[in-house]
Every structure is written in C-alpha cells, then in structure tokens.
Design a protein around this ligand. Structure first.
Ligand SMILES: Cc1cc2nc3c(=O)[nH]c(=O)nc-3n(C[C@H](O)[C@H](O)[C@H](O)COP(=O)(O)OP(=O)(O)OC[C@H]3O[C@@H](n4cnc5c(N)ncnc54)[C@H](O)[C@@H]3O)c2cc1C
Ligand SMILES: NC(=O)c1ccc[n+]([C@@H]2O[C@H](COP(=O)([O-])OP(=O)(O)OC[C@H]3O[C@@H](n4cnc5c(N)ncnc54)[C@H](O)[C@@H]3O)[C@@H](O)[C@H]2O)c1
Length: 492
C-alpha cells in the first residue's frame, strides 16, 4: 500500500531547526522577501527558550531573590525568612517560558511569510530535503540554499551503570517540580555551576563533581571569585574527580556515584537527584549529511568562516557547527544569531561575510557573574608573546561598596601600542559591563580611549575606566612628569 504523494516545494532558503540560529535566519530572510521553508521536529524556540538560557536564568533570578534575604541583617533589615515553595518556583519558570513562546511560535513565523513544517528533516541528495511529519505526511523541499541549525544535545559521559540511574540533564531538570534534598551535579562548566548555585540558594544541598578545574576554559584568577562564592554558600566542590560507576540511590531515586580522584584515591557521593552537565554533542544523526556532501568533524559540522559547509550551497550555524580554524565551537545564543546574520549576507546578497573570532563575549550567570570578551590571559600570552595585565578590584569601587558587594575585579589584557586584546570581569552584573570592552576590541581602540571616558559616579563601570587608567599610572605619577611640572611652575 502506498501513502499519498509527497508535497513538493521549491524555495529560496530551507532552514532545518527552529532554535535561536534557525529562527534568526528564517525571520530575517522572510522579512527581506525571500521564500523560506522552516522545518522543526520538536518545539519551536529550541533549547534556549525551552531547556536552556530562559529557564536557567529564570531559576537563577528566583534563587538570587532568596539569597538576597540572607543579606538582610547586614543591611539593618529583619523579618521572618521567606519559605521556598519549589513547585511555585518551577511554575514561575514555566510562566517565563510561556510568556516568550509566542515570539518563537509557528503562528508568528507564518505571519512573516515562512512556510513552517513540523517534521523531521533529512537530505535526499545535494539539493533536496525530505521532511517526515509524525502523521506520515512527507514534503520534499528543493531549495537554492539550505541552512542546518539542528543544535546540540547533552553528551553523557561513559560511566558504568549510568543508564540504570534516573539522571537529569538540562532537558528535564527545569520541569521536575520535586525539590532535591541533595542534588549531585556532574560537570563544572557553565551549566553545572549555574545550576549548583540556583539549587543551593533554593535550599537543596549540592555536591558539584568535576573532572578538571572548575570552569576550565576561563581565567583561573576570575574563576576563583566564583569558586569562593559557591563554597561560601555551601556547595560541596569535588574537582579533579571522575565518576566511574553509577548506581541508583536509596529507594531507586537519585544516584550513588563512585568517584576516581586525581590523586589516585576514590570516594562515594550520594544524592536524591543527579544532574549530568558534562558537555554537548552536535545533533547530526538522521540528517543523512553524506547524501548532501556535508562533512562532519567530532565537534560538529565542518564550516568555514562564512559558515559554509563542504557543500557550498549548504550552511551550518549555531550549536551544530564545529569550531572554526581549530577553535572550539562557540555554543551561545548570541553566536547563533551572529552566524545567522553572516548567512543572510552570504545567501541573500552574495556579499563576503566572515564570522567574528576575536571578540566573542560570554557570561556565566552565577552571582557574581563571570564575563569575558577576547582571550584569557594564558591564551593572549600564547598568541601575542607579551601582554600587559591591568586590574581594578571592585573593593575600590564606590558603587560596589554602597551595595555591599565588593568581590571580584575588572581585568584587562593590553598588547603592543596599547591595543586592547581582551577583558574579563568577575563581579555582580559583570555581563552588563562587557559591551563597552567588546566595542573597544572590535573597533581596535587603544586603552587610552577607555581611560579617557567620563564614567558616571557611582557606577560599577568606573572600575573599567580605572583599570584602563592604571595603564598610565606609572608614567603619569613618575619622575619625568614630576620634573616637567616643576619646570612649568617657573613659567609666568
Ligand atoms: C542550561 C543551558 C543554559 C544556557 N544558557 C545560555 C545563556 O545564558 N546564554 C547563551 O548565550 N547561551 C546559553 N546556552 C546555550 C544556548 O542555549 C545554545 O547555544 C543555543 O540554544 C543554540 O541554538 P541553536 O539554534 O543552534 O540550537 P537549538 O536551540 O538546539 O535548536 C535546534 C532545533 O533543531 C531541531 N532539529 C534537530 N534536528 C532536526 C531535524 N533533523 N529536523 C528538524 N528539526 C530538527 C531541534 O528540535 C531544535 O529545536 C545554554 C545552554 C544550556 C544547556
Ligand atoms: N551562560 C552561558 O552562556 C551558558 C550557560 C550554560 C551553557 N552554555 C553553553 O552550553 C555549553 C555546555 O555547557 P556544559 O556546562 O554542559 O559543558 P562544558 O563542556 O562547558 O563543561 C563540562 C564540564 O564537565 C566536566 N566533565 C566532563 N566529563 C566529566 C566526567 N566524566 N566527570 C566529571 N566531570 C566531567 C568537564 O571538566 C567540564 O568542566 C557551554 O559550553 C556553553 O556554550 C552557556
């Protein structure tokens, strides 16, 4: 028995995946008059909206409100401590997602003129994709350009017995309304640290286990600020430890993890819930990329700086794309949007366009935050040989003092002739200070431009200006300037 004949569509651009990357291309292309087909197998909005940035930041905001009450006595305030209603907290997180959902909905995109197909896509050959809907409907799309934006999934480490344990990933933790008494977090990257702090502040005990240093890709001096805060808030941190065997916890809930420690020792940790946050793998299975002539590396779909794959008419953007020029993949929502902009310029206007690789911003949304643009100190030293490091601690910033949150610093890396190479900031709302440094690096400004800013008083931004100004302190207050001032004193 044969089913109904497939629907056939010819279009300008066919986008696979409706997450941050795919939606940005589809909205831009449709509004510029191109014919666009958008295929999504799961939920519109993808990871950022449903299981990533939005729920994690919403949970952190609720946790921060709770943590704020612990500072009351120091502010001369008192009152009964609020009680965490974990179910209501999770309902609040779901409500934030629901409020943003219409922006990413099929209805909105159809309104923009996009043909949205709820189906799983796979390539048949180099210029056709077949979309299989769950009701058996098949659509065949021939397009002048394809954009693969299929995202990434949690990568589960090879731990004996992990398949017999109830383990959360970011795909399930935000909808579980049962509060963990003791959450085990496996992985000390951004997901692990953000979720460890959210849960400890909401009243769960938390043990964070990680194979290397905490936040191993960040500047250790700035990570130390975050690490001290997590420890002060009660997170039990076990670094340089690998989980080797997992068993179900008491009563079948959670897990018992047998850890192998770097010093050769071993340890057992037990929790009633487990979150695995040990990295990501690109979603490439089931796409039949070989049929399209698209090559895949270990870390994702191989792309050049224009986000073109090994088939020049097919682009790959967002979390599914491999790193460029040997760099690791940049799996952030803002990079997905930036890469989408490159594709629009290349695919619609045939203009040369290349992704930014120097000044990529990133923020870890713990409290205090860790924000960075450009290389770490170690990366800058390896690349440039000689680097001047400027620092300004928030302990010497009046706004930080008035707010009673003086931990952290602004750290700036300066190359030859005063060129700004990078900036890292650990501190409250550090992410909000980053934009100016990104603009400075991308505009190839010298450090004197930031030192010359008039920063409003009292703001945390003054710490950026003061860090920049410290580049000139030795010269400004040195013997040559003193001699010059003495000399000029003799003029009428
Ligand atoms: C817990 C967590 C917190 C995060 N927080 C931040 C943050 O604060 N800031 C930040 O910048 N980044 C953050 N990220 C990273 C960010 O979520 C991702 O970089 C971003 O969502 C990637 O978008 P994308 O469009 O590439 O992929 P996705 O959002 O994963 O979208 C891919 C879509 O493709 C669909 N798809 C896959 N295969 C097919 C197929 N064959 N056919 C049809 N459809 C298909 C999927 O269903 C999915 O909807 C966070 C990630 C996590 C896990
Ligand atoms: N604020 C943000 O922008 C934000 C927040 C969350 C996630 N993200 C994105 O999502 C990506 C994934 O984040 P992630 O934290 O899941 O992954 P990650 O790759 O950044 O970190 C994984 C951590 O797990 C550890 N690890 C790996 N295997 C282990 C094992 N067997 N036992 C113990 N520890 C182990 C590693 O040492 C590493 O520290 C990030 O790279 C980032 O791009 C961004």
């Amino acid at each position: 028995m044969t089913g109904p004949a497939p629907r056939r569509i010819e279009t300008d651009i066919c986008v696979i995946g409706a997450g941050a990357a795919g939606l940005t291309v589809a909205a831009g292309a449709a509004q510029m008059g191109a014919g666009v087909v958008l295929i999504e197998a799961g939920r519109m909005g993808g990871e950022c909206l449903n299981t990533g940035c939005v729920p994690s930041k919403a949970l952190l905001a609720r946790a921060a409100a709770m943590a704020g009450t612990q500072g009351w006595p120091a502010l001369g305030l008192s009152g009964p401590p609020p009680v965490v209603d974990f179910r209501a907290v999770k309902d609040g997180v779901a409500a934030v997602i629901a409020a943003i959902t219409p922006m990413d909905s099929a209805a909105r995109f159809q309104g923009l003129g996009v043909d949205v197909i709820a189906a799983h896509a796979r390539f048949i050959d180099r210029d056709r994709v077949e979309a299989h809907a769950t009701d058996g409907t098949i659509t065949i799309i021939r397009a002048r350009r394809f954009v693969i934006a299929t995202g990434s999934k949690p990568a589960l480490p090879p731990i004996e017995g992990l398949d017999r344990v109830v383990a959360h990933t970011n795909e399930t933790i935000f909808t579980d309304r049962m509060q963990p008494a003791h959450l085990l977090v496996l992985g000390g990257g951004p997901v692990g640290v953000e979720m460890a702090q959210a849960h400890i502040r909401l009243g769960s005990a938390v043990t964070l286990i990680t194979a290397h240093d905490l936040l191993p890709t960040e500047d250790p001096e700035l990570v130390e600020v975050i690490r001290q805060r997590l420890l002060a808030e009660g997170v039990a941190l076990i670094d340089h430890a690998r989980a080797v065997v997992a068993e179900p916890g008491p009563g079948g809930d959670g897990a018992r993890l047998h850890l192998a420690l770097a010093d050769g020792g071993s340890r057992l940790v037990v929790g009633d819930q487990l979150l695995v946050a040990t990295g990501r793998r690109p979603v490439v299975d089931g796409l039949d990329l070989a049929a399209a002539g698209v090559m895949v590396d270990d870390d994702g779909i191989r792309v050049d700086r224009s986000m073109q794959t090994t088939n020049r008419r097919i682009f790959a953007i967002g979390d599914c794309a491999a790193g460029i020029d040997g760099a690791p993949p940049q799996r952030f929502t803002h990079m997905a949007a930036h890469q989408a902009g490159i594709v629009l310029r290349r695919a619609l206007f045939r203009l040369p366009a290349r992704v930014e690789t120097r000044a990529i911003p990133r923020v870890i949304f713990t409290d205090p935050e860790l924000a960075r643009v450009g290389p770490t100190e170690a990366e800058a030293l390896a690349r440039h040989g000689q680097v001047t490091v400027l620092r300004w601690p928030f302990a010497e910033n009046d706004r930080a003092r008035t707010d009673g949150r003086t931990e952290g610093m602004v750290k700036v890396l300066v190359g030859r002739h005063g060129r700004i190479l990078g900036a890292g900031i650990a501190g409250v709302h550090a992410g909000e200070l980053l934009g100016m440094w990104e603009l400075a690096i991308r505009s190839r400004l010298k450090i004197g431009a930031v030192a010359g800013l008039i920063a409003a008083y009292p703001t945390r931004g003054e710490a950026s200006k003061r860090a920049a100004g410290s580049h000139f302190t030795a010269r400004l207050f040195g013997p040559r300037i003193r001699r010059l001032v003495r000399l000029l004193r003799h003029l009428p």
